[in-house]
Design a protein around this ligand. Structure first.
Ligand code: NAI
Length: 331
């Protein structure tokens, strides 16, 4: 089967090369169609997402994506937001699970954030009223809220998780977040075996830092999901470690949560872990569970020895050495 693969910008090509080197050793029936998108594509053809790349996604339905640099200029919409809307990838799922031998201030973290991915303030509907006043629209619909909340409960049910927590600000945003919370309260009655509760977003931030073990699956509108999933990445040791998947009814896109890290690009210093764990989620999605677990097991083994790790997690090694060590551990 074919998978569309975006090499991205900055450290993107290095971490994609690392991940494909590891997956290639599995000898699976997978072929990766690679395309540059983002800054490199824009420089080459004047489009952030070339037409051939979009055609490839429409054919293959599955995407493995490296981070993209968003040009800082007026008029550019983030490629990530464009892809999520174009492919209706409504569920952004970010599992933050403690990794062995990565030191953090916290013990055993295992929290899965379900972020609504298509609306809220991210619709980018901003109106300049005057030089001194700008309005931004926060859009919350029954359809989008229902499907992300249902996805969170279904995930909890399928994965033996005990609790789903709805994060909101319905005390202030009574109508918009109020609708999201009402829908959560409707849907939870279909899942009597799962504990369902809700929490106001500011309190959720404090509780995540003070007592994260109380959380299991969390579901929320787009903006809170963006912020809280960076927070949960901090609980497990940083952005370089957090994988994600973006799911819709037709397409699935797997990517690291971190950006293109231009400060360390082309130096063989990047940590490929987040993209590798995202690729493992992709293999799980394709029912290659054994292979995904084989990679995870080898990765966790390599993390035991700091000398083999990259600098961001306290080592002094390179992306290519780290990759080679994972492959050695797999066989
Ligand atoms: P960033 O996540 O690229 O970097 C933040 C810090 O973390 C840097 O010091 C970087 O060296 C380090 N870092 C990130 N990933 C790492 C890895 N795998 N291994 C080792 N160190 C790593 O965030 P920044 O600098 O704010 O953004 C850079 C560019 O990335 C921007 O153009 C931004 O728009 C874009 N971006 C793209 C995303 C995506 O495509 N999904 C997500 C976030 C940002």
């Amino acid at each position: 089967m074919k998978i569309t693969c975006f090499e991205g910008d900055g450290i993107g090509p290095e971490i994609v090369a690392s991940v494909l080197r590891i997956i290639d050793t599995l000898d699976l029936d997978l072929e990766f169609e690679k395309f540059p998108i983002g800054q490199r594509a824009y420089d080459a053809c004047g489009k952030l997402i070339p037409d051939e790349a979009i055609e490839s996604i429409k054919r293959n339905k599955i995407v493995l994506k490296a981070p993209i640099t968003t040009p800082i200029a007026k008029g550019f919409r983030s490629v990530n937001v464009q892809l999520r809307l174009l492919l209706d990838l409504y569920a952004n799922i970010r599992p933050a699970k403690s990794l062995p031998n990565v030191e953090t201030r916290y013990g055993n973290i295992d929290i899965v954030v379900f972020r609504e991915n298509t609306e809220d303030l991210y619709i980018g509907d901003e109106t300049v009223i005057s030089d001194d006043e700008v309005h931004a629209i926060k859009k919350i619909t029954r359809k989008a809220s229902k499907r992300i909340i249902k996805a969170a409960f279904e995930y909890a049910k399928a994965n033996g998780r005990k609790k789903v927590t709805c994060v909101h600000k319905a005390n202030i945003l009574k109508k918009s977040d109020g609708l999201f919370l009402d829908i959560f309260n409707e849907i939870k009655t279909d899942y009597p075996d799962i504990i369902a509760n809700d929490i106001i977003v500011d309190n959720a931030c404090m509780q995540l830092v003070m007592n994260p073990s109380q959380f299991d699956v969390m579901v929320m509108p787009n903006l809170y999901g963006d912020i809280l999933s960076d927070l949960t990445s901090g609980l497990i040791g940083g952005l370089g470690l957090l994988p994600s998947m973006n799911l819709g009814d037709e397409y699935a896109l797997f990517e690291a949560v971190h950006g293109s890290a231009p400060d360390i690009a082309n130096k063989d210093l990047a940590n490929p872990t987040a993209l590798l764990l995202s690729a493992c989620l992709m293999l799980d999605h394709l029912n290659y569970h054994e292979e995904a677990n084989k990679i995870r097991k080898a990765l966790f083994k390599v993390l035991e020895n700091k000398e083999d790790c990259t600098r961001d997690i306290g080592g002094n090694s390179t992306c290519s050495h780290f990759t080679s060590r994972i492959i050695e551990e797999m066989y």
